[in-house]
Design a protein around this ligand. Sequence first.
Ligand code: ADP
Length: 550
Amino acid sequence: MTKRILRSMLLVSAIVLALGFAMTLGILYQYFSGELEQELKQEAEYLSAAVEGQGPDYLEELTDTEGRITLIDSDGKVLFDNTADKEKMENHKDREEFKEALSNGIGQAERVSKTLSEKTVYYARRLPNQQVLRVSTTHYTVLALVSGLIQPICYVILAMLILAGVFAYRLSKRIVDPINQLDLETPENNKAYDEIAPLLSKISSQQKEIRRQLSVAKRQQEEFTIITENMQEGLLVIDTHTSVLSLNSSALRFFGTVENPGRESVYALNRSGSFQKLIEACLSGHHSTAELQLTGRNCQLIANPVLRGGVVQGAVILMVDITEKIQRENLRREFTANVSHELKTPLTSISGFAEIIRDGYVKPEDVKKFAGNIFRESQRLITLVGDIIKISQLDEGSVPYQKENTDLYNVVKEVYTSLEGAAEASGIRLYLEGGHQKVMTVKPILTEILYNLCDNAIKYNRQGGTVTVTLGSGEDGAARIDIADTGIGIAEEEQQRVFERFYRVDKSHSKEIGGTGLGLSIVKHGAAYLGMEVKLCSVPGEGTVVTLEL
Ligand code: ADP
């Protein structure tokens, strides 16, 4: 701005200077020309009067005249000229000033030299004897004057321009400085020029509006970040060129990276064919879904195109971890298949026994035995169905019991009482160590867990073995129950699997002794429901210890 003001000022100064000089020159020239003409007129009048009185000889006597004096006869013949030989001079009858003087008494003319540098002014007067007295003087033309003065004029203009430049610079700085020093953070506090007050108040109101919009945008951005960062699901937003516009940390976790890819293509995160197909379908305007294996997890991707005015602008992709859902589905499928199989076996037996009794193939003395078989298989079926119901209830968390203050010693006592017969049949002695200890728990579930563990400890024991339940407390002071037996033990590679539904180490043996394969599974689910930890420690041939930490 300073430069612009400076340039304008210099230009104006130059124009004003040039015009000033031209006008001054013109005025001076006009003034001096007028003066010269006046002098010429007076000289002509004096000389005319003298010639009239003293005759033409008067002219011969004049020696100190500055101008040219010519006496012309009425026919144009030059009678006298003080600067040239009258004999050599041509006839003047056609000269403008001569003709004018003859007819009007006074004649006047100007003639410029061929080089245009000089101008001669003529003034003629008719004498009473019809002769014409002409005086003339020569001076420089404006052009000659200008060309003669051009150098000094240029110097003066240059000096004036330098001076004007210095003043213009200082002036423009003085004009611009207050504008440069404006505090645009608080525009209304500035007192620079009244003329820019409306502009400052406009800037101030616009700044307020910008600040308001920025804070709204910031708040929305923060809300968006809080929501997306607290989502378990991955969220990914891309544009039509597949460049990532936004993604949350869950999405990064799904792709197994911690580094934000910035505006890179989403294919930098995953290059699999299914992922590319999903993105392409979505960017062509179709809602699409895909299931991918990402970092060992099953992930469902739901892609929605973002449309504006019917045109695809990008895509929003939601990533959901469905690993557990798939596992649950697999388990359920497996469970259903197992349940069907487990139910079918005793039912087939029952049906078979009933059929041969009906058809009369059984001797009357054997009917009792066959009825006993039917009864045993039905009991198995009842136990199995009971176990399935328990496990389903634990699975769904729909156990109809409340927590209560429970004495562990009494619970184990109750369990031992109900298992007394089974233990006696195998010659197994039951021991209970530790004193009374109370915990807040769901008593029926704890009873079921302890019953299953003690039942297994008896079932998979050796003839004449022992089962010892020890009540104590763990390192952190929590209640702890150890169920130890002196039985067949479980091989190390089976120790985790025995907790799976329907898993048995020796299927035929388990069935023989009335096992359903669901006992330890109920223990696992029940313990999880009560917030207990189950540990199994076993040595084949020596025995098993199951520890419950409450
Ligand atoms: P089951 O109804 O067959 O007993 P469980 O789920 O209770 O089913 O146990 C699964 C399998 O684990 C059993 O079939 C058995 O082979 C093994 N098992 C469970 N407890 C013991 C134990 N105390 N000692 C040895 N093996 C055991």
